[in-house]
Write a new protein. Sequence first.
Length: 207
Amino acid sequence: MPDTGLLIKSTLIGIAVAAPVGPMSLLCMQRTLRGGHVPGLAFGAGIAAADFTYAVLGAFGLTALSSLLLAGGDWLRIGGALVLLYFAVRILRAPPQNAANEKTDASPWRGFGAAYALTLANPPTILFFAGIFASLAPLSTFARATQFALGVFAGSMLWWLALTGLLAVTRARLAPPAMTWINRLAGLSLIGFALYALSGVTLRAPL
């Protein structure tokens, strides 16, 4: 029988991990404003799938894999920063078309895969779930572990569904100059996140 309390708690955790504004949120918002609800939601679903993956790893006691990923934190930061810089350049160079009339050839599946890989390689996501499982009571049964992981996925998806739905309605009212400024702010913010990630690597580099 489902544990309602556990489902509610895990759903709230899913929302909590998805809600903070970070590079993945910016990419999801920019993709929605540029391409519409479907590309944006596909990107959000990729983030939620990565959250689900870490929830499964923690819920079923596979913490060794999370530790292995954290051990390669510097390489993850470098790789993630380079990908963020790539997206930043693409966004900054995007033509200022009218979002209401713009068509996009972006593949939802490619967006899903990119979001999944980027989120999976994001050290803060790993640390977030490590902290969550350190404070939770052990999930002693298969059913409880499954409920927890599904609740995290549901919470994350609810957030991205609401956010992309709201932005999809808003984009129809955006004129080209507004889209130009949004692209500039998003691109510069992604560059900032990338430089911050790289600074974490260089600060720990041996002299």
